[in-house]
Ligand binder design. Structure first.
Ligand code: HEC
Ligand SMILES: [Cu+2]
Length: 336
């Protein structure tokens, strides 16, 4: 085989493994919980592989062994029957032991996921078709705030998310950090994680929830503790006043054109609850629940025609003149 072809084949064979690392992978854990889950997975995989190989070997041996021709097909062989009975009994007991042992392994692996650490940072997350509302709760109400589609957390500190849904069932899943948990209307589920390394991890709704389910993602940005504290203080502030006349015009149009019916910008008269909070939209990294990276172009495209980017999503196409669009676009960009 020519060496170039061989190299190509090796590359091709290794290609699927490329999916095993990165910012959305259960096989590349970056938190205490995901490491526990990976360990549980490996134990199950190894035990199941050994059992499967043993079964196949015994089956192959049985198929290949020919009965001796002198033996009558229906003749009984009491010593053999006796031995066979003992083997079956032994295997039955081994099965029970393996299943019990795996239950213990599974329970131990989940303990950190369902732990209720008293000093955990608590976030209330509500699933909407098709975006995530995130409430940072604090003891005093003026330190609590809401954001969307992007969760910033400190590393080395347990984070507990309390999950609920505003409409259908969704599922919260950040493979690099923790296990999966459903968001259900009228029921609060909880899950915990402690990120080990700073970085951006991708989360994804993991329960089919309608047309744009695949575009219901979010980012978890794990920051060093002091950086997180600074971000939290900034995020807690209301939107500053518009920086220039165009931004002021944008702020007025934001209300005049109906955006404020669905969106909140804290510190202004915009207090809508149907869509994501936009108080600090200018500092987020993605738009439309992880569908696109946020930049000037994608923001403009979204305002011009949200139904083109995410067909069926619950933001209607707004009839804006181009100068109105430019003003609103400018206003949103300076909401850092
Ligand atoms: C009927 C309610 C409604 C109206 C009116 C509305 N929006 Fe939205 N908007 C939404 C919803 C719902 C989403 C989330 C869409 C998704 O990601 O599935 C959204 C998303 C957005 C986003 C992206 C937010 C993010 O976190 O990614 C921006 C920016 C935005 N809207 C701006 C506007 C502007 C500007 C107007 C007025 C011209 C407006 N919206 C009018 C409901 C509305
Ligand atoms: Cu969903």
């Amino acid at each position: 085989m020519p060496s170039r072809m061989r190299a190509g084949l090796v590359l091709f064979a290794a290609w699927p493994l490329g999916a095993c690392a990165g910012r959305q992978s259960t096989l590349d854990p970056h938190a205490l919980q995901s490491a526990d889950i990976l360990r549980t997975f490996v134990v199950f995989l190894v035990v199941a592989a050994i059992v499967w190989i043993a079964v196949v070997v015994v089956l192959a041996a049985g198929l290949l062994r020919r009965p001796s021709p002198s033996q009558h097909a229906l003749a009984l062989d009491p010593p053999f029957e006796n031995r066979a009975g003992q083997v079956v009994l032994g295997l039955g007991i081994a099965t029970i032991i393996i299943v019990l042992a795996l239950s213990v392994v599974s329970y131990a692996g989940q303990r950190s996921v369902f732990a209720k650490d008293p000093n955990a940072l608590t976030l209330k997350i509500t699933g909407h078709q098709w975006w995530w509302e995130v409430l940072y709760e604090a003891d005093s109400p003026h330190l609590s705030f809401v954001t969307a589609n992007e969760i910033r957390i400190p590393i080395e500190q347990p984070v507990r998310v309390q999950l609920e849904s505003a409409d259908v069932i969704h599922s919260f899943w950040v493979p690099s950090l923790t296990g999966k948990m459903d968001l259900i209307t009228g029921q609060q589920n909880e899950i915990q994680f402690t990120a080990k390394t700073a970085g951006i991890y991708r989360g994804q709704c993991a329960e089919f929830c309608g047309l744009q389910h695949a575009h219901m993602a979010f980012s978890v940005i794990a920051l060093p503790q002091d950086e997180f504290r600074r971000w939290r203080e900034h995020e807690n502030q209301s939107a500053g006043s518009p920086v220039d006349p165009l931004a002021k015009q944008g702020e007025d149009l934001f209300r005049a054109r109906g955006c404020a019916l669905c969106h909140t910008v804290r510190g202004t008269l915009a207090g809508g609850q149907l869509g994501p909070d936009l108080t600090h939209i200018g500092s987020r990294t993605t738009i439309a629940a992880g569908t696109l990276p946020l930049n000037s172009a994608t923001l403009g495209a979204w305002l011009a025609d949200p139904q083109h980017i995410k067909p069926g999503n619950l933001m209607p196409q707004m009839p804006l003149q181009s100068d109105e669009l430019i003003a609103i676009h400018h206003y949103l960009e300076q909401l850092k």
